[in-house]
Design a protein around this ligand. Sequence first.
Ligand code: ADP
Length: 160
Amino acid sequence: MKNMRLALFPGSFDPFTMGHLDVLKSALKLFDKVVVAVGYNSSKGGLFSPEARVEMIKKAIGDLERVEVDSYTGLTVDYCRKIGAVCIIRGLRTTTDFELESVIAQANRKMAPDISSIFIPAGHEYSFISSTVVRDVLMNGGDAKCFLPPGIDIDDYIHK
Ligand code: ADP
């Protein structure tokens, strides 16, 4: 598509939650296409492997159109340039999120003035959900289904 407006929704997504899916759906109202990309740092680890996170996101988006899933290492702005994204999408739950996100957005803007950041507020029913809470629930043997997109069976991904 000519002049297609492409946005990047980057994150650790360890794992991808209902909150992330909600932000993605809002972003699709603003952009022609959204790339959801797992940003990872090999020294950082995580509960799920980057490959498992990508697989889980693909399952979570189901037949949602205009979405692509990928992973990357290195600077988010470099990855944006590589794929031609004009905007970085981030979700906001709290004022703490806002403070952290605005610092990151300003650093990215300094490095790449041509790429904007857009913050999308969490839907009120998802504003308490975080990947950290999901990991805590899972590591303590709880059922995290209510935090995850429908159709995700976490056992399919946990040791991949
Ligand atoms: P990161 O480690 O890069 O912060 P996360 O996977 O934790 O990655 O989050 C990715 C983005 O999604 C962040 O902008 C985060 O603030 C946002 N986010 C996380 N959970 C929610 C939620 N429940 N509702 C809205 N945004 C969320």
